[in-house]
Write a protein that binds this ligand. Sequence first.
Ligand code: DGJ
Length: 722
Amino acid sequence: MSIQFQGGVFKLETRSTSYHIKITDQAYLMHLYYGAKIGDADVSCLFPRAERSFSPNPAGYPGRDFSLDTLPQEYSGSGAGDFRLSSLAAGHGAVDLHYVRHRIVVGKPALAGLPSCCAAPGGVETLELELEDPVSGLCVRLLYGVYEADDFFTRSAVIVNRGAAPLTLHRAMSFCLDLPAEPWQLLGLPGAWARERQPERQPLRHGVQGFGSKRGASSHQHNPFFALCAPHTTEHSGPAYGFGLVYSGSYACLVEQDQFDTVRCVMGIQPEGFSWSLGPGEAFYTPEAVLAFSRQGLNGMSQIFHRAVRTHLCRGPWAHRRRPILVNNWEATYFDFDEQKLLALARRAAELGVELLVVDDGWFVGRSSDTSSLGDWSEDPAKLPRGLAGLAEALAETGLALGLWIEPEMVSPASELYRRHPDWCLHQPGRPATTGRDQLVLDLSRKDVRDHVWQQIDSLLQKAPISYLKWDMNRHLTEVGSALLPPERQGEAAHRYMLGVYELMERLFKHYPQVLVENCSGGGGRFDLGMLHYSPQIWASDDTDALERAKIQYGTSYCYPLSCMGCHVSAVPNHQTGRVTSLKARGDTALWGQLGYEMDLALLTEEETAQVRRQCEFYKRFAPVLHAGAFYRLPLPGAPGQLAWGVLSADQRQIFVFHMAPAAQANAPVRLLKLPFAAPGLRYRETSSGCCFQGTTLRYAGIALPPHPGDCVTTLLHFQAQ
Ligand code: DGJ
């Protein structure tokens, strides 16, 4: 049993962590502990009661030494004596939540319409704690999924209106976690388009700090993930908590260090602009969050997330299958292509070992630039005279499968769809709609709009054997309003939009599980745990410059496994940075994710052709081992700007290492890179040099990274146990 209830305390346990919750005498849910496993210990004594001036006492409490303002809680209310971050706000009055009952269930209830970690395989138990605010009739069901073997928890809250009158929710966060006073540091993944997920670590200060998105998408600018760690936490040791939201829309991640230095974290749907009207008996489901803790530093924490994503979030036949190497025509041709060009690219790609051609943006009628035609999803006869079916047939002769780009959430004002249904986009009455990339966002909160979009996707998939779909989204949401919602419910539109996107994606997954879906939003603008429930890979960034891409992949790895990163080798000078890097550097970087090429392969020299062949062979042989192994970031403190990481295969018999030296250095020192995960009892042979090393040597002495002439020089090493 991973959940026990003794003496008013709930004790949740995973392989190496404990989470304890106590019901206080006043029926509040007090957070006692989350961290390394502590067994049965009663830790209530860690919270001596004390009178604190200006921290009020609950009505009826006979003393002054108990206040919600200082109580570590499982889910904070609002306006009833706790002045820190609230988890729930509703109506016009206070929300004061008291424990009423609980239930322990084997398995895990699904969250209506939302992505969440699956129950199987490995087993999971769920603790449901029911809280109630007797005055408003609000009831909160807190759900704790305990993934014992895979060492993580999930949390979410279901808000039910048990009163007789409708209530409006203004804030409904997924979880609240109060941590003791320690000098925590906050690590987040801010970024920008083509510069996604750049890790940033800062000590907490007093007050509220945090980040989020108001863009209707998780966004390039911030990622719905953060970690808290101690000042001494490194990649390999020290405590690290990780929190990831399984949601792709606007969100908030807030951390508050209070007057007594304790720290409250809340995460969930972005409260700004959000409201939800809850009729009597109705329930509102908040998105799920994944919580992980490791004493093995940030790498230990990341590995828990990687397992959670691979095993419990990604679904379907592609979750664990080696994905095809693809060639994408976007950077090779942009909008300037036709069937002949595509087939020439495909023939060349097939000779090199590529397995699938993705026809990117521009294949549909009227689309010769990014200013028109989104929504009119029928083939452009000038570009594809035999249609997608004819193209697929011709491609099959080259040995390549067909993949297709689509942007189903959008409509161009210059399109047949918009002319017929101008009211189908998100808009607010009387306000002109802001455009982004000359496009508008379809109101996917509406079932009629979703049914139309689904019919378009379905007919495309019916008319040609398409085995891969790239689902793109190239602008953020503005004037978020829906024509079908009454004025007082417009605050629901953004979340209803997200639920609509998920519903469409679920239809796609259910009807075409064999189609590999790659999510994309102008690169990695919706790289989140929510999307991974519907597509096992996401285009990591529009920036494929080897140097910048390595940084993006490094940052992405804090929460997301290699298996979900779409990574391409592109042409030089790089289209985003103008930098020229070697084909080896571009390949060495892309080989760690789902490999693809996005360039005119006809321009490769003979030597480069051989190199691409070798890259494809390496990927086909090793990707399954690489993607199932344990990933380690390998910091090189004495060498700023240099990046290194490694993977230990599941059976510990293979090690893969990547190193990137960004800039040449005259008379450079020799750096030693330690591989602290090498199995001490094994002897490894590095396969290209033939040199042999004891596991202990790799762990404690390391390997030499010789000085490299030139900029952006990569090393890719593979060790095999003897
Ligand atoms: C943005 C994507 O990130 C690119 O890869 C490409 O598909 C373009 N959209 C096409 O418009």
